[in-house]
Write a protein that binds this ligand. Structure first.
Ligand SMILES: *[C@@H]1O[C@H](CO)[C@@H](O)[C@H](O)[C@H]1NC(C)=O
Ligand SMILES: *[C@@H]1O[C@H](CO)[C@@H](O)[C@H](O)[C@H]1NC(C)=O
Ligand SMILES: *[C@@H]1O[C@H](CO)[C@@H](O)[C@H](O)[C@H]1NC(C)=O
Ligand SMILES: *[C@@H]1O[C@H](CO)[C@@H](O)[C@H](O)[C@H]1NC(C)=O
Ligand SMILES: *[C@@H]1O[C@H](CO)[C@@H](O)[C@H](O)[C@H]1NC(C)=O
Length: 329
């Protein structure tokens, strides 16, 4: 067999999805749903997840397969517990209760940064509780990542035209009004890095902080913005996809897990049935592994895949749990 046909075979082997074995479902408290993103603190505690009623929960493990989510904090500075607790997704009340989406810790300070769909970039102190709003005046903040060296927070505004409650309209549009921003906690300054993005939905820095990746859910690609070096302040295409990428998370060995949804049919709102996948990329944008998440999410969309302590964790806007899973070997 020639090297060429070996390579072709290898390519098909890598790109055909293998199944992921569901280990556990970490259930959210009653009524609330939508752990869209996950984070772990510097002591390995978590996962922390946002939810439909504006609260952020921390998973309190009491055994290898047992535990429960306990309230940690919230992302709306004007949240009213009596009015908001138990609220479901896409309620107009979320404009007051908050809708935490992207999460990420600064591991030096143990502060939790949150991209709240309605309240922009906020942070929660190391003991949880109430948020401090850092960048308001955003239409639909979604994803973020904290540079582990500098503490700079990179975050996305998914659209300048549609709010989170208008997600269905956004998904059926050709909107490209999204942006990538950076927030520097040392100066309290915010700068727009990229604009004209088609529903940016995920953000990840590289391990050395030299570039930032931003996914485009409607654009079906991942762009790379160079922070340092010869190409600083320019961007290029990291990868083009066949499906719609949501969150992107750096793995411990400087690879990236991307939650990817391939649409299967016409939309019953808010999102049509999908084939949900976790796709692992190397630092050069090559696909290394594709996992089918049928066991974890059926035909619902997956919003995040993250590797932590050698296990994979999944988030979804539509599930009432965070999934814990591992590839079949
Ligand atoms: C990850 O591993 C560390 C060290 O073994 C442990 O303390 C921590 O509880 C683990 N976290 C999770 C979420 O498994
Ligand atoms: C976590 O679980 C332990 C053991 O059940 C319990 O003692 C502790 O109070 C829980 N922590 C919180 C914050 O609920
Ligand atoms: C967004 O949704 C709200 C109701 O939730 C509606 O009043 C508004 O017109 C929608 N905006 C757009 C741009 O679709
Ligand atoms: C940071 O800047 C925002 C406006 O961009 C302002 O509202 C806020 O008070 C500032 N915070 C600090 C600590 O200076
Ligand atoms: C990138 O652009 C910013 C803002 O215009 C500027 O302050 C910075 O010096 C530029 N960096 C490089 C390496 O050119």
């Amino acid at each position: 067999m020639s090297i060429f046909s070996t390579l072709i075979l290898l390519f098909f082997f890598i790109c055909s999805p293998s199944a992921a074995y569901l280990l556990n479902e970490l259930q959210l408290p009653p009524h609330v749903t939508g752990p869209e993103s996950l984070a772990f603190d510097r002591d390995g505690g978590g996962p922390y997840v946002g939810s439909s009623d504006g609260r952020i929960f921390r998973y309190n493990a009491t055994g290898p397969r047992t535990g429960s989510f306990v309230e940690y904090g919230y992302s709306s500075p004007i949240r009213n517990k009596a009015m908001c607790d138990g609220l479901t997704d896409f309620s107009d009340l979320q404009t007051r209760c908050g809708r935490p989406l992207g999460l990420g810790f600064n591991h030096q300070t143990n502060e939790l940064y949150v991209a709240d769909a309605y309240f922009g970039l906020v942070k929660i102190g190391p003991n949880g509780g109430a948020p401090t709003q850092l960048v308001g005046s955003l239409i639909f903040a979604d994803a973020l990542d904290v540079d582990p060296e500098t503490g700079i927070v990179y975050f996305a505004q998914s659209s300048a035209n549609f709010q989170f409650r208008n997600l269905t309209t956004l998904l059926n549009s050709r909107d490209s009004s999204g942006s990538l921003f950076m927030y520097d906690p040392r100066t309290n300054q915010t700068r727009e890095l990229l604009r004209g993005l088609a529903f940016p939905a995920g953000v990840s820095t590289s391990s050395d902080g030299s570039y930032v990746l931003v996914t485009e859910f409607l654009g079906r690609r991942i762009q790379r913005f160079w922070v340092r070096g010869d190409r600083a302040n320019t961007s290029d295409i990291f990868a083009n996809l066949l499906g719609s990428p949501d969150n992107i998370k750096r793995s411990p060995n400087n690879q990236f897990w991307v939650a990817v949804n391939n649409f299967l049919g016409p939309p019953p709102p808010p999102i049509p049935p999908v084939s949900a996948r976790g796709v692992r990329y190397n630092a050069n944008g090559f696909v290394l592994q594709v996992l089918s998440l049928l066991d974890e999410y059926g035909t619902q969309a997956v919003s995040e895949v993250q590797e932590f302590n050698g296990t994979l964790y999944g988030g979804s806007l539509f599930a009432s749990y965070a999934a814990v899973f591992t590839p079949y070997l």
